[in-house]
Design a protein around this ligand. Structure first.
Ligand code: MG
Length: 115
């Protein structure tokens, strides 16, 4: 059993012990991912890059918790939709490699259609 499957089973047990599957439809899961991403973003609001780096050093645990919240909703959503997350990421990474060839994209933040 790989690590993603193992943690997804723990997430589902937590959910099912509380009878929360009834609330976890795809829209609610997508909303929850965005809300948790916003909680992560709030840690960095108004901070410069240097201030954010210093903040992370002093608030590592709470930043880590928001990242975990995002990942847990994401892993559960993928499972609910029958998406093999590792396979989906592998396929998308290959697409991104085609969209952003090193020769054109290295050192650039331009979108693929502007390279
Ligand atoms: Mg949170």
């Amino acid at each position: 059993m790989d690590d993603i499957k193992e943690i997804t089973e723990k997430i589902k047990k937590f959910r099912d012990d509380r009878d929360w599957l009834q609330f976890h439809d795809p829209k609610n899961m997508a909303v929850s991912i965005m809300l948790e991403a916003s909680e992560l973003l709030e840690h960095f609001q108004w901070k410069t890059k240097a201030e954010a780096e210093e903040y992370i050093k002093n608030n590592c645990e709470s930043v880590q918790e928001e990242i975990a919240d995002i990942a847990m909703y994401l892993f559960e959503l993928a499972d609910n939709l029958g998406v093999d997350l590792l396979d989906a990421m592998d396929k998308k990474l290959k697409k991104n490699e085609e969209k952003y060839p090193v020769g054109k994209a290295k050192g650039s933040h331009k979108k693929y259609n502007q390279l």
